[in-house]
Design a protein around this ligand. Structure first.
Ligand code: FNR
Length: 185
């Protein structure tokens, strides 16, 4: 078999016990062997500042390089005030520059939103669907995935214990792997 495609997974939360991070880890476990998920947390990415573009900080260059090497990008985001968290928007802004040379360019992308509440972070996911088309490759359209009631999905050790969620995540990551194959020919 050819080498698996490396997929950068960006959890949109810095929280140690983040559900988004736990979902990212569960997806990494469930992924088929055609893709390998590389979870990249956003703690190290400094604030985007256009004044620094001529001599970008090392953390921006490292992040852009990580994206360049990937065959696809998967966003696992919570919703903050009906949108994506600022740290995730900052990372997208950093990765999208220099102008016309977005590190997300041409990469197939996927969006997984979640919330402990009833709406599953759907507004955050919809905002990503607005942000990405100008700077990335094709977004996986179906299946859509907005995970609500995420609060009881994991045990104390971060293991996924909600079977219904496992089924949905498996369906999603298999579809995403096919999306990655299709757009990396
Ligand atoms: C939230 N939360 C939230 N939830 C939601 O469904 N819609 C929303 O608009 C918001 N807004 C919001 C704003 C801010 C500033 C915080 C801190 C939280 C709740 C959020 O879903 C919850 O804290 C998640 O646990 C955050 O995701 P992680 O850190 O678990 O990945």
């Amino acid at each position: 078999m050819a080498h698996p495609h490396t997929i950068v997974v960006l959890p949109g939360s810095l929280r140690k016990e983040s559900f988004s991070l736990k979902i990212a880890k569960a997806l990494a476990t469930l992924a088929p062997d055609t893709i390998k998920l590389d979870i990249v947390t956003l703690h190290e990415i400094s604030f985007f500042n256009q004044d620094l573009e001529a001599a970008p900080p090392a953390d921006w260059l490292k992040f852009r390089e990580t994206l360049h090497r990937a065959s696809g990008v998967l966003f696992v985001t919570p919703e903050y005030n009906r949108s994506i968290p600022g740290v995730l928007k900052n990372a997208i802004d950093v990765g999208s520059r220099p102008y016309g040379k977005s590190s997300f360019n041409g990469k197939p992308v996927g969006i997984v939103s979640n919330s402990p509440g009833p709406l599953g972070g759907v507004s955050a996911a919809k905002h990503l669907q607005q942000i990405l088309p100008g700077i990335s490759g094709p977004i996986l359209q179906q299946p859509e995935i907005y995970l609500n009631g995420i609060g009881d999905a994991f045990d104390d050790k971060g293991e996924l214990i909600k079977e219904s969620l496992q089924t949905v995540l498996k369906q999603y990551i298999d579809a995403f792997a096919a999306h990655v194959e299709k757009h990396n020919k």
